[in-house]
Design a binder for this molecule. Structure first.
Ligand code: GLU
Length: 433
């Protein structure tokens, strides 16, 4: 059998179809990976392959190395943490599993080496739902190490489900950040024809090389097409769809920029990101032992649900509307709501209780209804909160880790761009970007 090497033009024929594209070397013994002319990579199970025809030999016949020192190009470090972006389809079971080696992803997207000198390193291989505070600290330390070794930008590949927690955590943990840090995920694994991994990753590297932004952002598809990505603020973005490639949307703000590496274009929408500051990069890490809860309010609640958190260090509650909880006794059926109010009283004495908007968009205003005023009187925080519940959770955790005494006062001070003082109408599900 002909031995194919990276970059060869090939035709792969299966029982149903013929795929033409560029052969990509892979460590997976049971899969043939090729890059289609659309830019997508596709993995075909070797068992299904009838024939692979060599159309044109790649003249260079060279495998891209993990560290491709391309003189004159900026050094960018890609740190891999796991998630769909770093996983492959297991063709036996059809399930996606986190198997992946960092060299492989660079081989899959050779365009990266035209844009930057890439250093690709695996620092973990976990799903994002398994993340704990300790992982934020590991990641922050690795980022610092890369920057101190000369990286001019950091890209982190990450599972998408809780990617916005990590982007928020790093936004707080990295002080005096001198380079861009971008988190990238994908909704389809990198070896699938429909994967969004390549576009997200290459656009992230392109932006990191060409922007003055020194902040933590997210780079994901901007819409359903495969044309450009959005650079989204790490503290004001949320995964808003289970499966769409443009699942990440800004909440109460606009994307920072749109990027299309193929056209060589960066269009800034809102330059509210942090730029380079004087001062040494410092880490303000998370207390790994903290216990912080996030409770969603519903109808028909009882006091026990609240009291469950009495030994926690902090609690975020997703309140309804502009900041309501079921604390009003209005008829004989709602008598137990007094118990909920009393439970909140106990909680606020023992821990920090802060409300965030269950509606996701908008800002709380706890001065409107009498039940809200009563909550404020017993120390429930949240008035004027426009942070997502997730950013509120991360900020509360970070403040309790670093500024325990002042945590309550700092919660609603805009420290890193997490609070937008003036919300605009085009910041609500605006499709025009
Ligand atoms: N649930 C997994 C995670 O967040 C896979 C989803 C994904 O990466 O898109 O890591």
């Amino acid at each position: 059998m002909v031995k194919f090497t990276n970059g060869d033009s090939v035709e792969v024929t299966t029982k149903d179809k013929t795929f033409s594209g560029i052969y990509i070397e892979s460590n997976k013994k049971d899969v043939v990976t090729i890059k289609l002319s659309s830019g997508y990579n596709i993995g075909v199970n070797k068992k299904e392959v009838k024939k692979i025809k060599l159309v044109k030999k790649n003249k260079k016949e060279k495998t891209v190395k993990v560290l491709n020192v391309n003189k004159g190009l900026k050094k960018i470090s890609i740190l891999h943490t796991g998630g769909t972006v770093a996983s492959t389809v297991d063709y036996k079971t059809g399930a996606v599993s986190p198997r992946f080696d960092p060299e492989e992803i660079i081989n899959m997207f050779p365009e990266l080496n035209e844009i930057a000198t890439i250093n690709s390193r695996l620092i973990g291989n976990i799903w994002s739902q398994d993340i704990r505070f300790v992982h934020f600290n590991i990641l922050a330390r690795e980022i610092k190490k890369e920057i101190e070794s000369g990286a001019k930008g950091i890209i982190i590949t990450h599972g998408t489900d809780f990617l916005h927690y990590t982007s928020a955590a790093l936004s707080f943990a990295l002080k005096n950040l001198p380079v861009p840090v971008l988190l990238v995920g994908s909704q389809r694994s990198s070896d699938r024809g429909s994967s969004d991994a390549g576009m997200n990753l290459i656009n992230a590297v392109y932006f990191a090389v060409n922007s003055e932004m020194c902040d933590v952002g997210i780079c994901m598809h901007n819409n359903m097409n495969d044309d450009y990505c959005a650079i989204l603020p790490g503290l004001k973005t949320r995964k808003m769809h289970t499966s769409r490639r443009d699942a990440f949307k800004t909440i109460n703000t606009k994307p920072w920029a749109l990027v299309d590496y193929r056209k060589g274009e960066i269009k800034y929408v809102d330059k509210s990101f942090n730029k380079k500051v004087n001062g040494k990069l410092e880490l303000n890490l998370f207390n790994e032992k903290l216990k912080i809860g996030l409770l969603k309010s519903t109808i028909n609640m009882d006091a026990k649900q609240f009291l469950f958190f009495k030994n926690y260090d902090g609690l975020v509650i997703e309140a309804s509307g502009i900041g309501n909880l079921p604390t009003s006794v209005l008829d004989r059926y709602t008598k137990d709501h007094k118990k909920i109010f009393n439970a909140l009283k106990i909680l606020t004495k023992k821990t920090v209780v802060v409300l965030a908007a269950q509606t996701i968009f908008g800002r709380l205003n706890m001065n409107v209804y009498s039940n809200q005023r009563e909550m404020q009187e017993i120390g429930v925080l949240g008035h004027l909160n426009d942070m997502t519940p997730e950013t509120t959770f991360v900020k509360l955790s970070w403040l309790l880790s670093n500024y325990k005494k002042d945590a309550k006062d700092l919660l609603f001070e805009n420290l890193k761009g997490e609070i937008n003082e003036r919300l605009m109408s085009d910041e609500f599900l605006d499709e025009s970007f």
